[in-house]
Ligand binder design. Structure first.
Ligand SMILES: [Mg+2]
Length: 315
């Protein structure tokens, strides 16, 4: 496997593995994580079966990766068809959207969402008095960093399908820029480069980028803080902390998962980045092979990778 494909596959599996293991501590605070997992959570089969978690098979990904697959299914001829992605989001939300976030639900529940996605997305942001900046776009965005051309514009458009706030768009563009540069240019973006990207979107990104860069321990990010659970910049900080401080895929995965909070989303984007950084072969086989519906997932992502690397001609 060549280096580009190895990193793409690593990104895809990082996304799903982080999401699936992170479900095990989602919405738990650190004390509860310690109570349920005295030695830490490291395996899908140990995920507690409470009312929230037993809705999923052990090792299954949640809404984060479901929505990423909605984006994947809108890929056509080297780019994402925005209207098709909007349709895929709507179809998913009208089915059984397990784990869907409150903001995403409100936007996608609108009857004319597909035709008027921009208005629906903007409306709910305005109704929140421009306060709503949830991580529901960041959680699904990793795939957009894998396309060769115009990934920034496509990241912005796909974020805005449900999340209009500039903090959401900025956090998505940072994540896809990191992934794109790792995969296509074999170049890790620096602290300064990431700060420059952030400053183009919103000044409020800076303190969270700094926090991730300067703190030695992930616990200093207070990922289990409940007052603003699901805040896009807290999730971005988790991902950046892993990008800068985790020295392997597995150490980053276990660090972020065992912090609790919005753990599935935090781990989905953190591990998508770690997968792009370290590659598919750096992910322990257990996490891949024990993923629920792994073969189905592999088929979809292999197909995408073939098109994205121009092995197949799209029609
Ligand atoms: Mg989720």
């Amino acid at each position: 496997m060549n280096a580009i494909k190895d990193k793409m596959l690593g990104c895809f599996y990082g996304q799903a593995v982080g999401d699936a293991l992170g479900l095990g501590t989602e919405f738990l605070n650190k004390d509860e994580v310690h109570k349920h997992y005295p030695n830490g959570l490291s395996r899908y089969e140990n995920i507690i079966q409470d009312a929230h978690r037993r809705r999923w098979h052990k090792g299954a990904w949640t809404d984060d990766t479901d929505m990423m697959l909605c984006i994947l299914n809108g890929f056509d001829n080297g780019k994402f068809d925005i209207l098709q992605v909007a349709k895929n989001f709507k179809d998913w939300a009208d089915g059984e959207p397990m784990g869907i976030g409150a903001h995403t639900f409100k936007v996608l529940a609108m009857g004319d969402y597909v035709e008027k996605h921009d208005e629906c997305s903007r409306l709910w942001w305005e109704l929140s008095r421009r306060q709503s900046a949830a991580n529901g776009a960041l959680m699904r965005t990793s795939i957009v960093g894998l396309v060769q051309n115009n990934f920034i514009e496509q990241t912005e458009d796909i974020c805005r399908l449900t999340h209009y706030d500039p903090r959401c768009i900025g956090s998505c563009v940072i994540a896809t820029s990191i992934i794109h540069n790792l995969v296509w240019n074999d170049k890790p973006l620096s602290y300064e480069e990431i700060k420059n990207i952030g400053s183009k979107y919103d000044v409020r990104l800076e303190e969270w980028i700094d926090l991730a860069y300067k703190r030695k321990y992930i616990s200093e990010l207070d990922l289990d803080e409940t007052h603003s659970i699901g805040y896009t910049l807290r999730t971005l900080a988790a991902a950046l902390w892993c990008y800068w401080h985790a020295n392997s895929f597995e150490s980053g995965l276990l660090a972020v998962v065992n912090e609790g909070g919005d753990a599935d989303t935090n781990a989905a984007i953190s591990c998508a980045i770690l997968g792009a950084k370290y590659g598919y072969n750096a992910i322990p086989e257990y996490y891949i092979k024990s993923l629920y519906k792994e073969r189905e997932y592999r088929h979809k992502v292999d197909n995408f990778i073939s098109f994205a690397t121009n092995e197949k001609n799209s029609n």
